[in-house]
Design a protein around this ligand. Structure first.
Ligand SMILES: [Fe+2]
Length: 197
């Protein structure tokens, strides 16, 4: 059977999102899903030493991104602004470190995290789910170039980024590297080597 194309899959997701509150069943549909590589091409934007966030689709209840990771790059430890988040490996390999919140950390300020629980390395077809009850993780691309597909319900424009040494977190605005396949002009203040997803 031929692999599904990205555009077809987004259409199915939009139908699902329009038919019910929340996105129940998205994880089942993503499990083992590896989309046709050529259909990802407009959204593949790699940069040395960092990863990029590339917008595929967005409406009031749904955001779909393709993130492109240089090997060895990693996200900060971050949450997802109270939204549900599905993370699907399309190529390469990732290690996920999941954290529990022991104190604070519901807004900017003091935040104490428990020790990380490590998952992986995980390859193509693997799906991770973050929800408001377990929102905090760090993602590292251990084998690359690596590509991950992300679904948020709904869109995430800010998140908290955690510093375990100082036991604090700060709010950070999220940015796109490209929108609907078109790269955006770089901002004057260059972002950190890795930008949270
Ligand atoms: Fe994340």
């Amino acid at each position: 059977m031929n692999a599904m194309r990205l555009g077809e899959w987004v259409e199915l997701l939009r139908e699902k999102a329009g038919g019910m509150p929340g996105l129940e069943g998205v994880g089942d549909g993503l499990a083992g899903l590896v989309l046709e590589p050529a259909s990802l091409q407009p959204y593949l934007h790699f940069r040395r030493g960092r990863y990029t966030r590339n917008l595929i689709y967005r409406d009031a209840r749904l955001e779909v991104l393709l993130n492109c990771w240089d090997a060895g790059t990693f996200s900060p430890i971050h949450d997802h602004d109270g939204q549900e988040c599905w993370f699907s490996v399309q190529s390469g390999a990732f290690v996920l470190e999941n954290y529990t919140l022991e104190a604070g950390g519901l807004g900017p300020g003091p935040a104490r995290l428990g020790p990380p629980v490590r998952v992986g390395p995980m390859g193509a077809g693997f799906v991770d789910f973050r929800c408001p009850e377990a929102p905090i993780h760090r993602v590292t691309a251990t084998g690359g170039p690596a590509v991950s597909l992300h679904v948020y319900a709904g869109p995430v424009d800010r998140c908290l980024v955690f510093d375990t040494r100082r036991q604090r977190c700060v709010s950070r605005e999220l940015r796109y590297h490209s929108v609907f396949g078109r790269p955006l002009a770089p901002l004057p203040e260059a972002p950190a080597p890795s930008v949270p997803l």
